[in-house]
Design a binder for this molecule. Structure first.
Ligand code: ZN
Length: 419
């Protein structure tokens, strides 16, 4: 699938530091040691509604991580999926009386525009669930043959006679629980609201995830060989795309904290079941939720602040990006008018402070920005370092010719803020 145009990344003098991020699975900071190429997978959108600030925070955060890894001398191989067929998309299309393909195409196009405007580096492979169906069929067929997946008959009248859905058998997965470290009660509390079907009769364990959904009347389906006509479950889509494009034990699996369970837990155990090895990823990194009026911003609650709406109202996308950067990725925060005003003011100040030919020396500011970004993506710390340099430049000036340019290029390369 087509992604979007990546921004130009200016060169910064010197080298970045090895990057440390918080790994949800170990509960600790984890030094990334990827070798020449860092491999990163970030879960993409289900395209039934436009990019909201929670999405913006997630994709900007992993964009920062990609930039820090590049600065530390690595190539970055970045893969993102788009769940272009799934329950919520079909339900929304049905509600609105539109074709699900048309809805998905329109929302993916808007997402691309938002990512381009926010200066997010495009993934090397941007893969739709529909494109990934043959790979899912192969993986699920192998899991069935190996006895780690099983069939559950489709209730009479719902599908083709004799058709079965296919589930992953969690009792075959010793690694289950290793991503979230949640106990069973915690898992059961959110499983249904996050796409699971604990009440489905015939499952061996209420938490077993769906791998393949047999064709139902009025729903899209694809040939599944011996699985029968159907479509992939949500988690197996990411499992197989990640394995196909990155391989097992890649460096970073990313997404919002609402993906820790079941999505990342299930994606990981399924990959272990398919490959017979572990772990799926070396670090599981999660962006905290962005709220509005005291609630998590989400499509189901309908309390969304959309990137495209802000853009169409004339808000500079760099101010939106700065608003995200003003919050550490692991700290939940609330969107409000003040957050945006602060970011707009900071952007204007930076532009003024970085517009001259000379200024204070740049070295200490660049080193500080690098330290902050390598230290668990401390974007607020990096912003403070730029604030300080700009404040000195504006109040005292400086004699180092070219330093505003070097600081500006560093802000562009490491923070993705174009001035
Ligand atoms: Zn995913």
């Amino acid at each position: 699938m087509k992604s979007w145009p990546s921004p130009f990344i200016p060169a910064v003098p010197g080298n970045g530091l090895p990057v440390r991020v918080h790994d949800t699975a170990s509960g600790d900071l984890c030094l990334l040691t990827p070798g020449p190429t860092a491999r990163m997978y970030v879960c993409g959108i289900t395209p039934y509604d436009a990019t909201h600030m929670g999405h913006a925070a997630t994709y900007v955060t992993f964009d920062l991580l990609g930039r820090a890894l590049r600065d530390a001398g690595h190539e970055v191989l970045y893969v993102q999926n788009v769940t272009d067929v799934d329950e919520p998309l079909l339900a929304r299309a049905h509600r609105d009386g539109v074709e699900w393909q048309a809805l998905a195409a329109a929302e993916i196009a808007l997402f691309r525009e938002d990512m381009t405007a926010l200066g997010v580096i495009a993934p090397d492979h941007y893969i739709g669930a529909v494109e990934g169906v043959p790979s899912v069929v192969k993986a699920v067929t192998a899991l069935l043959a190996g006895g780690t997946a099983y069939r559950v008959k489709v209730p009479e009248g719902e599908g083709a006679p004799g058709a079965s859905d296919i589930y992953f058998d969690l009792s075959s997965a010793p690694d289950f629980g290793s991503v979230s470290s949640w106990d069973r009660d915690q898992m059961m509390a959110v499983f249904a609201e996050r796409g699971g079907d604990p009440g489905r009769l015939g499952k061996r364990d209420q938490l077993d995830p769906l791998l393949w959904r047999a064709e139902r009347a009025g729903e899209p389906s694809w040939p599944g060989g011996e699985l029968g006509e159907g479509r992939p479950g949500w988690h197996i889509e990411c499992t197989t795309i990640a394995l196909d494009y990155l391989g097992m034990t890649f460096d970073v699996q990313g997404g919002g904290t609402d993906l820790i369970f079941p999505h990342h837990e299930m994606s990981a155990v399924q990959a272990c079941g398919i490959t017979g090895t572990s772990p799926f990823a070396r670090a599981f990194v999660h962006q905290a939720m962005v709220g509005l009026d005291g609630e998590k911003m989400s499509k189901s609650r309908g309390n969304l602040v959309l990137v495209s709406t802000l853009r169409h109202c004339g808000v500079d996308p760099m101010a939106i990006r700065l608003a995200v950067l003003a919050h550490h990725y692991r700290t939940p925060w609330e969107w409000d008018g003040e957050v945006l005003l602060d970011a707009q003011e900071r952007l204007a100040t930076w532009r003024a402070g970085l517009s001259g030919n000379g200024g204070p020396p740049a070295d200490a500011a660049i080193a500080r920005i690098r330290e902050c970004m390598a230290d668990d993506l401390d974007a607020p710390g990096a912003l403070a370092a730029v604030d300080e340099w700009v404040s000195q430049s504006l109040s005292k000036g400086g004699t180092e010719i070219g330093s505003p340019g070097v600081v500006g290029r560093t802000v562009d390369a490491l923070l993705g803020i174009r001035l």
